[in-house]
Design a protein around this ligand. Structure first.
Ligand SMILES: C[S@@+](CC[C@H](N)C(=O)[O-])C[C@H]1O[C@@H](n2cnc3c(N)ncnc32)[C@H](O)[C@@H]1O
Length: 272
């Protein structure tokens, strides 16, 4: 596991009321479509992907605003709709790479201005986002939750997860895998969230998402599914949004007592 505090903090989104897409006025929206021809040696699926990327207004706007992913707009839109992340909050971002949500969270809580705290974690190698503590680890590794707790300076106001396992194309398998990840994220949230805390997680439709929602409703005062406009209509993806954590935990104690095996301990100096 590694930690990285350096890197660029670009991404100018911050808190903007209304739809994130409202400001987007790209060629693709105005009908200036870039045509991608099939090329020798390129698979049809790759040509389709390229075509979609080149003509996706969110991709273009993310590039223009310095966000590392179009996914940044999903968090902005969720926040516009539900008013969740605010200045001064402490946020854990699971499945954070390449860093779009982390950039948005840093802007929303103000951690670059000394307010709040953002800790992001991903299994993949990723470039640190300035204003956040960025960790590389498999969240399913038994030591990962302790590592995050170790980086935290107190109980958390929001656990946000955009984690998705590598997709197989088989909807049933992908559904089971993401639900497993979200269940682990919920156990973790139960350990670190302050009373009234927030939980956001990506799920894929596929059969058991409503059972999971029913479980989350027991832990939080309000829980629902939402699909932000930037989430592609053809994707089974949606988000579980829960607010008002009922708070039957000892988060502060848990965080203070987080123990890591010595080889997984880091200090900020290690990372420079
Ligand atoms: C859709 S991407 C996240 C995009 C990110 N929210 C953004 O805005 O840039 C999903 C991420 O989940 C990560 N992931 C999947 N399984 C994971 C695991 N077990 N532990 C940590 N990260 C995981 C993947 O590596 C991938 O980077």
């Amino acid at each position: 596991m590694t930690e990285n505090r350096s890197g660029s903090g670009k991404g100018g989104g911050g808190r903007r009321k209304g739809s994130a897409i409202a400001a987007i006025d790209t060629g693709a929206r105005r009908g200036l479509r870039t045509r991608v021809k099939s090329a020798k040696g390129r698979k049809i699926s790759s040509t389709r992907w390229l075509d979609r990327q080149l003509n996706d207004p969110y991709v273009q706007e993310a590039r223009r605003l310095g966000y590392r992913s179009r996914a940044a707009f999903k968090l902005i839109e969720i926040n516009n709709q539900f008013d969740l992340l605010r200045p001064g909050m402490r946020v854990v971002d699971l499945g954070a790479a390449p860093g779009g949500w982390t950039q948005v969270a840093v802007n929303m809580v103000g951690s670059e201005r000394g307010q709040g705290q953002v800790v992001g974690l991903d299994i993949a190698e990723w470039e640190g986002v300035s204003g956040a503590t960025c960790l590389q680890a498999d969240f399913l590794d038994p030591d990962a939750p302790a590592m995050i707790k170790h980086a935290l300076q107190g109980p958390v106001d929001a656990v946000i997860s955009d984690m998705s396992p590598p997709t197989t194309g088989h909807r049933g398998t992908d559904h089971i895998r993401i639900i497993d990840l979200v269940e682990h994220a919920i156990y973790f949230a139960e350990e670190v969230l302050a009373p009234d805390g927030i939980f956001i997680a990506k799920v894929f439709k596929g059969g058991t998402e409503n059972d999971l929602l029913a479980h989350v409703k027991k832990l939080f005062r309000v829980a629902k599914h939402a699909k932000p406009p930037s989430s592609r209509a053809e994707s089974p993806e949606m988000y579980l949004i829960a607010t008002g954590f009922r708070g039957q935990n000892n988060a502060a104690e848990d965080i203070a007592n987080a123990e890591l095996p010595p080889e997984k301990l880091w200090t900020p100096d290690d990372q420079d």
